[in-house]
Ligand binder design. Structure first.
Ligand code: AMP
Ligand code: MG
Length: 522
């Protein structure tokens, strides 16, 4: 095995489930249960992230060794690993759901790398745990490819996220009814190893709080501050002010994360509180999607099609609502609600500031004034009405001639000819006002362009691109996954040989499963 230093703080410092026998159960008074991954028939490594491997201290030869596929397929463990599943609850679609827990995620341990960074390794799809409820603890290839690719794509876009190290196919089928319509079928199984400094979620605090177990709640809060917020831990441990500042930090990080989602056109799809990371990382890639034609009302998640609670444009307010649930859970640690209120206020301020900075970047302005925020809102309305591709539009906006603004450089961004004809005059009028504002900002053209290219990616993980890689992978050709990963390592650079990846979603993908419609079945 490679020489790695494990320091498994979560299982060492926090109370675990005294029962170690298998079996689904309610676990009280404990934050985790020991559970070993269930072996699979034929684990085979099909994709990995070289940046993440380097970060962990793994060499190319470690990754390529047969032993690696065994460990990351769940058939073996390295010395120092102490596998466990975490116990948490959550609000799902606005309702308290009680105990959920890691039903198919098994953490292997926490690596401390040469730079002193802590990285927890977690297998997703490695078999049942005490928290699997009625499900099998496994994951299908399609959802594993999606999680693997999007984790790394988001990282390279600069969006806070959990990472992915590896994608292993298991050689075993998994049965899924993709649209819950009685059409269950066998699909290939796979396991992603995801990586993060911490996988603690809002739901980890909600569960002990809901059970009135304030001792356990406090233990977890103290642990989380100590391990995951070391800069805060240096101040007064246990004091209410420390908890207050910690909660405010969580609010800040969450605000920055969601502002980034809005900047790049990412829709999480299932923003339940068990899918909200305490570190403000994008976590649990399920039926997420990328906005093609700009639409604040769009959700990729068919399971949410009715109320569209997790639609693109609602993400900022849903994140806020989730923070109010966390505040409620943490309330027993405070004498009154004042500091929790202040934290929530911090969310508002941070989101507004980040959103404004993104507006300035996306539009190539020196700064975002009140009028510019309005200008952006008006543009959003026009993009939605005109069925305009978000990524192509913003990327091409830097090509508009400020002295003679026309729609010509933006032509590739339009989906519907009829919608375009209807909105053209308004868009032209908007462009005129926009160009005037840019001239006033008087940024040097090169600087303006560079600024815009930093805020507006050329390549994102369009849903249909991921689906094409999945279609290939399901026939045993995994090459598309590493090809996409390679492309998405430099999303802001024009890659001349990769122009085919920066085009509008093709018509065939408009209503195809996996491309625009995704369910929670994974
Ligand atoms: P999600 O909607 O993916 O965040 O999952 C919600 C809950 O269901 C979490 O507790 C998951 O661990 C659990 N879960 C989802 N899929 C499975 C599965 N195939 N086997 C066991 N548990 C699962
Ligand atoms: Mg989840």
């Amino acid at each position: 095995m490679p020489s790695l230093r494990f320091d498994n703080a979560f299982v060492r410092d926090l109370p675990g489930d005294p029962v170690s026998a298998p079996g689904i159960r309610q676990v009280h008074g404990a934050l985790w249960s020991a559970v070993a991954p269930a072996p699979v028939v034929a684990p085979k490594l099909v994709a990995w992230s070289r940046e993440m491997a380097v970060r962990l201290g793994l060499g190319e030869e470690d990754i390529q060794s047969p032993e690696f596929a065994q460990v990351f397929g769940g058939n073996a463990t390295w010395l120092g690993m102490e596998p466990f599943a975490a116990n948490y609850g959550g609000h799902q679609f606005g309702h308290w759901a009680g105990q959920l827990g890691d039903g198919r995620a098994i953490s292997l341990g926490e690596i401390v790398n040469a730079a002193g960074e802590r990285w927890e390794l977690q297998l997703k799809g490695a078999g049942p745990t005490p928290y699997s409820r009625s499900a099998d603890g496994r994951a299908v290839l399609r959802s594993s490819v999606r999680e693997f690719l999007c984790s790394e794509a988001m990282h390279h876009l600069g969006v806070p996220t959990t990472r992915a190290l590896s994608l292993v196919v298991t050689g075993e089928p998994v049965v899924r009814d993709m649209f819950y319509d009685g059409n269950a079928r066998e699909e290939p199984g796979a396991i992603v190893c995801r990586v993060a400094p911490s996988f603690i979620r809002f739901g980890n605090f909600e569960l002990p709080s809901s059970r009135g177990d304030v001792t356990l709640l406090r233990q977890l809060a103290d642990f989380c501050i100590d391990r995951d917020f070391p800069e805060l831990a240096a101040s007064r441990v246990g004091s209410e002010r420390l908890y207050g500042e910690w909660f405010a930090q969580v609010c800040e990080r969450t605000a920055r994360m969601v502002a980034e989602w809005m900047r790049v056109g990412f829709v999480h799809g299932v923003m339940n509180t068990d899918n909200m990371s305490i570190l403000g990382l994008t976590i649990d890639y399920g039926p997420y999607g990328w906005v093609d034609n700009f639409d604040l009302d769009w959700t990729p998640n068919t399971t949410d099609a009715h109320g569209r609670r997790y639609r693109f444009g609602w993400q900022p307010k849903i994140a806020y609502w989730n923070l109010t649930r966390l505040a409620h859970a943490l309330a027993p640690l405070f004498d009154d609600a004042e500091q929790l209120q202040a934290g929530l206020q911090r969310y508002m301020e941070t989101f507004t500031a980040a959103d404004r900075a993104n507006t300035a970047g996306k539009l190539g302005l020196d700064t975002c004034r009140d009028g510019d925020a309005v200008l952006m809102q008006q543009l959003y309305g026009l993009l939605q009405a005109g069925e305009v591709d978000m990524t192509l539009f913003f990327r091409s906006l830097s090509d508009v001639d400020l002295d003679n603004p026309t729609l010509e450089p933006l032509a590739e961004a339009f989906y519907g000819a009829a919608q375009r004809t209807a909105t053209d005059p308004d868009l032209l009028e908007w462009l005129g006002r926009y160009a005037a504002r840019c001239r006033e900002a008087s940024l040097d053209p090169g600087a303006r362009r560079a600024r815009m290219h930093e805020a507006n990616p050329r390549y994102v993980l369009r849903n249909y691109l991921a689906q094409q890689a999945i279609d290939r992978a399901e026939t045993g050709d995994y090459g598309g996954i590493m090809e996409l990963l390679e492309l998405l390592r430099r999303p802001y650079d024009d890659q001349p040989d990769k122009a085919a990846y920066a085009v509008r979603r093709p018509d065939w993908a408009r209503n195809r499963a996996g491309c625009s419609m995704l369910s929670c079945s994974s």
